[in-house]
Design a binder for this molecule. Sequence first.
Ligand code: TPP
Ligand code: MG
Length: 514
Amino acid sequence: MNGAESLARTLVAGGVNVCFTNPGTSEMHFVAALDKVDGIRCVLGLFEGVVTGAADGYWRMADKPAATLLHLGPGLGNGLANLHNARKASSGIVNIVGEHATYHIKHDAPLTSDIEGIARPVSAWVRTSPNARAIAADGAAAIAAASAPPGQVATLILPADTAWNEADGVAAVAPIAAPKPVAADVVARCAKVLRSGEPAMLMLTDRAVREYGLALAGRIAAATGARLIAQGSNARIQRGAGRVPIERLPYPVDQALAVLKDVRHLILVGAKAPVAFFAYPDKPSVLTPDGCQIHQLSTLAEDSIGALEALAGAVGAKKGSEVVQPAGRPALPTGTLTPESLAAALGALLPEGAIVSDESVTTGRGFFKATAGAPPHDWMNNMGGSIGLGMPLATGAAVACPDRKVICLEGDGSGMYTVQALWTQARENLNVTTVIFANRTYAILRHELTNVRAGTPGRKAADMLDINRPDLDWLSLSRGMGVPATRATTAEEFNKQFAAALSTQGPTLIEAVL
Ligand SMILES: Cc1ncc(C[n+]2csc(CCOP(=O)(O)OP(=O)(O)O)c2C)c(N)n1
Ligand SMILES: [Mg+2]
């Protein structure tokens, strides 16, 4: 067995069953090994940002890592923005990058680069395998590193000769450590705060915004009067009718300040203390009010669920006391297509078990409220702020959950960064409905220009903020990559097209013209 095959078999033995890939010459032996080994599905992406974003989406829905296969420094570099997003989402990825053969590196051939240097800022773990006999053990170590709570990017760099030289066989993955338990005195301190009667709020993320974590938080809220809120963005919120409802901290600074203004104690459950996305003249960076005490119940690497269970016990919260979201949908909208009518249509039609990949930017500000009473579904956000994640994320989620409908809510500007994801959806017949919000502009940046007090846009500035001239033809883009597409210009048209897309198995796209 050569090194490449020993790695491929180690991946399968370690539970890695999907490889999102865009290979080159230095990875050819891995391509051949993946071809030969059963138990791992290879999904080609036509740009590395699709590959890395799909691996993120896969982790969020499967709770285990996929592998990538990227071509040297430039391939890794192309995938970097979505690896940044994956890092911020604490997504586990076995990020495999090819390298020149060890003896070839010194010649500084065209594709030679500092791969470790490119990988390090987005990776919690980086290793260059020294030889073919080490590659299986290094692969197993990469799986363990990727899976370590709460999940992280582990980059394994493989010189080409580690693939073709003789190896020893498969390596087993060491048992993955459970998240660290939260100390009893931390729980006791938070319980005391909650019993004090002073205004308190729990800010939750990660496992705490899945169904069971929210149920526990809901009980604690019922017993103590504490308010609940989720981080501004979260890897995956489980929401909808019958679940404990939760709002996210709003993105606009003034709105976030208003939500937090009366809070005296903010208890963080996996969450980070809230700060503004950006600095603005005359607005604070820290969003909690002066005098608000911050208490970290659990960090992301700790057992938030165990901590919430202990806290619920300590404050006498009763199972079943949590207030859950009643079922309820808005009426189907009529008339002009606006962010509001789109929100109503989504709320009216969102199917049970849907997975939403939300990169709707300004159009989607009201989507959360309108869909709150829809049947149970999962909602994923971009946690790293680097746009171009939505469509790859949807792609990876669809690979992880072939029996569920994935709905990708996508800004027209954001969508263009990684539009190639559509081709992968067509190639793999993934069950994704993409809705493009075609407002022909970077609408958010027009607001931001005002927010940072940079004045009113003149012609040159407007040309940096609008994406018209020419208008993007999403029907042609989508059809050109094999995804059937329709265009909606009224609410009635959108309702009909969205309902039809939801009853179609396989990828579809709707250009919603705003
Ligand atoms: C990689 C990257 N480049 C640029 C930006 C800056 N940026 C933030 S939002 C945005 C435009 C989003 O436009 P669109 O998706 O059309 O949403 P809209 O604002 O129109 O609602 C840009 C360019 C970014 N966040 N990430
Ligand atoms: Mg736009």
